[in-house]
Every structure is written in structure tokens, then in C-alpha cells.
Unconditional design. Structure first.
Length: 406
């Protein structure tokens, strides 16, 4: 569709000179956003519109209420460069890496200078923007989230590895352990590793990440922006930590869910209360250091309510119990569990369920098909609850009648 095509064009044609993408307003509103037709709903990231380290729950009031089918733009912030082990001083941290003050995001500076509480040892790192309620959403319904664009706001990001976290806790970071009096005032005492990473256009005009080896030779790698956190409010009044994903979505970190894809989320509270955060410029499956290339983004979504029983929902029951993804080429079944083996089992079960319920495969045949034809990827192993996702090729079912389409 035209809006989606334009948003993708904007992503790949955006010159570095157009950056930074500073906030468009200081509070949620319906405004004109450059590159989009008419007025759309907009959420900035401010001390009043974010939760730092936690996800919205049933007790949180929505910042906006929008009709089904609305386009909503979020200006999201990476937590990297803002955390206590980096000094909780966005302007100072990025200046130390050669970034001029006018290239640092104003919302990042405002949050690090605010009195917003954040406990580095206890709270999650993520800056979560939202929630947004969708008119008429009720528990048992499904929220269809179309990711229209994920556009970098600055030409740099950060990749971090922290003690006790990542795929190799106790082995990395190498060197001294943290000191007990580490704090934002003395961030070096955390002894963590953060790699400042610039992005630049290559000869084809595509954004690439740039690192250097020990001799100063440049290493480049492709980028594929996506939002690590997309979710709806959990049906609890208790705090919901931002790190582990769950049935409500949250920090699922599936790198395939970038611009042009769809996420289906079960609704647990009235209004659904959608939120997003943890923007990434690039991530390898596994996310083994701890973070991906964390990178502030302007994310554009279309939020559509699917009432329980809607045939567009990827289940026979007319509802969902967990997130489900869709791209132009694949359906994505997601398994989540603190045990990686159990996450794998959950992904296989979910893939079998989908193939049986929506594509008419006998369950035994579905398992055989998955074994022969489907890749199961490790989404991430660093978020307490680990993730596996199955990429089920749509073209294999081209002759199947009634196949659901995005």
C-alpha cells in the first residue's frame, strides 16, 4: 500500500544530513508527521510518557486512545548511552565519542537529566513508550500491529556487554569485576563494555554498521531496523519487568519483525494498551553480547483491532494465547521459556498448531513438514526468558485454498 511503500522509501533514502530526528511535540497528540499523509497520532518519549525498566500493566492509564486502523508514530529511545554504567548523561557520553551536542537527541538528554527513578541493579534497562489504547478492544480479542517503518533518528548506536549477562556470563566482559561502589557518578567502576558504533551508507545507499579491528581496519555489516519491544498490557497490577518477554509480547527481540511485517498480540485488558521500545539497528540471532546495535528510532505502526473470532486471526479458536508474527515470506511461530530446550518445544508446538488450524495439515504431517522445511532460529538467549522462532515459508502453501494473507 502507498503508506507502507512511502515509509520504506523514507527509511532507505534518509540522508545522514537529515539527522537527528528530534521530537516533533512534547506531549502525545494528533499532528502532521513529515513523510506521512494527513495527521497521525504521535507519542514522544518524555519522563511523562515512558516507563524505565518496566512494561505497562492493567493499572496504567493510556496516553492516547485511538480508533482501530489508526496510524501511530512513536519517537523511541535506545537506553544505551543513558544508563548508569555510562554515566546517566546522554550529552556527556556521546560527546566523549565525538558526537556534537546538536546531534544528541533532546529527549535522551531530558530523560537522563530528569529525576525519573531508575535502579541499575534491579530495574530493566529499556525505555518503554506508551501505552496507547485501541477503541473497543477487550480481553480475548487480538491486536494486529503492522510495522510500517522503523527509521533511525541518529547515525550512531551502542552495543554493550555487562557482567553477569549475555551468552557468556562470567567470561565476558574480560578483565576486572565490578567494584561495589560503582554508580552513575563513577560509571567506570561497573567495568562493563560498551562499543560506540556509527552507521554510514554503503556504495548501494544502504545503511551499514561500522566497527574496527585492532589494526584500525574497518569492518562493516548490514543493518535491518526493528523494535525489540512490542507488546500489550499484562492483566496484572504488579510491576512487569521489561527484560523477559511473555504472552503479552514485550521484549521478544525477533529481528525478522521489521518494516513491512505484522505482529499479532492477544489482548488481556480493555483497550489492549500497546507500547514499544528497545529499538535496534541490527541484531544477530542470539543477541549473544547482551544487546544488539541499540539505536534510537522513529517507529510507525498501524494498529487494527481484530475482535474474537475474526478469520484474520491466526488460530481456529478465534483468539491467541501468545504473540505470532508474519512477514511477506513467512509466518513466524514464537516459543518463549527460561529454558532454551523448552522454548524450542513451545515454538514447535505453536508451529504445529498454526499449520493444523489454519492450513489444514494433519498434526503428524505438520511435524514432518517442519522437520524437513522450516528453520527454527534462536531469537535471543539474553533476556531471562529465551526465545526460539520458526520461519514457515508461505510459498510452500501457494496451492492451499483459503490461506490467510497479511
Amino acid at each position: 500500500m502507498k503508506l507502507h511503500t512511502f515509509a520504506l522509501t523514507l527509511l532507505f533514502s534518509l540522508p545522514a544530513a537529515a539527522m537527528p530526528l528530534q521530537p516533533l511535540a512534547d506531549k502525545p497528540a494528533r499532528i502532521a508527521v513529515p513523510g506521512l499523509p494527513g495527521k497521525v497520532y504521535y507519542l514522544p518519549s518524555t519522563p511523562e510518557t515512558i516507563k524505565w525498566g518496566y512494561l505497562p500493566n492493567a493499572a496504567d492509564r493510556p496516553l492516547l486512545t485511538v480508533p482501530s486502523g489508526a496510524t501511530v508514530v512513536f519517537d523511541t529511545l535506545s537506553h544505551e548511552g543513558l544508563l548508569e554504567d555510562q554515566g546517566r548523561d546522554a550529552l556527556g557520553y556521546f560527546a566523549a565519542h565525538g558526537v556534537p551536542a546538536n546531534m544528541v537527541l533532546k529527549d535522551a538528554v531530558a530523560i537522563t537529566r530528569s529525576g525519573l527513578p531508575h535502579d541499575f541493579a534491579k530495574d530493566g534497562p529499556h525505555i518503554i513508550t506508551g501505552p496507547v489504547a485501541i477503541e473497543g478492544a477487550e480481553p480475548g480479542d487480538v491486536l494486529k500491529v503492522e510495522v510500517l517503518a522503523v527509521t533511525p533518528r541518529v547515525p550512531y548506536g551502542v552495543i554493550s556487554n555487562r557482567h553477569g549477562r549475555g551468552a557468556l556470563p562470567g567470561e565476558f566482559p574480560e578483565g576486572p569485576k565490578p567494584e561495589p561502589d560503582a554508580s552513575a557518578a563513577q560509571p567506570e567502576k561497573y567495568r562493563n563494555t560498551s562499543i560506540f558504533t556509527r552507521i554510514r551508507k554503503d556504495e548501494r545507499g544502504q545503511w551499514t554498521g561500522r566497527l574496527k579491528n585492532a589494526r584500525g581496519d574497518e569492518v562493516s555489516f548490514p543493518t535491518a531496523p526493528f523494535m525489540g519491544v512490542m507488546g500489550v498490557a499484562a492483566a496484572t497490577g504488579d510491576p512487569v519487568h521489561s527484560v523477559p518477554p511473555g504472552p503479552y509480547g514485550g521484549n521478544i527481540d525477533v529481528k525478522d519483525l521489521g518494516a513491512g511485517t505484522v505482529v499479532y498480540l492477544p489482548v488481556f485488558v480493555p483497550g489492549a494498551n500497546f507500547y514499544t521500545g528497545d529499538p535496534h539497528m541490527a541484531q544477530g540471532n542470539g543477541e549473544v553480547a547482551l544487546t544488539a546495535l541499540e539505536h534510537s528510532m522513529r517507529a510507525t505502526f498501524r494498529l487494527t483491532l481484530l475482535k474474537k473470532g475474526d478469520p484474520r486471526i491466526p488460530s481456529a479458536s478465534g483468539s491467541l494465547t501468545r504473540p505470532f508474527g508474519e512477514t511477506r515470506e513467512h509466518w513466524i511461530a514464537i516459543g518463549l521459556d527460561p529454558d532454551l530446550d523448552e522454548a524450542m518445544k513451545e515454538a514447535v508446538r505453536e508451529a504445529i498448531r498454526f499449520l493444523h488450524e489454519k492450513l489444514g495439515m494433519d498434526r503428524a504431517v505438520a511435524l514432518a513438514y517442519l522437520s524437513a522445511a522450516t528453520d527454527f532460529n534462536v531469537s535471543q538467549v539474553v533476556d531471562r526468558t529465551k526465545g526460539i522462532h520458526a520461519l514457515i515459508r508461505k510459498r510452500d502453501f501457494a496451492r492451499v485454498r483459503g490461506v490467510m494473507k497479511k
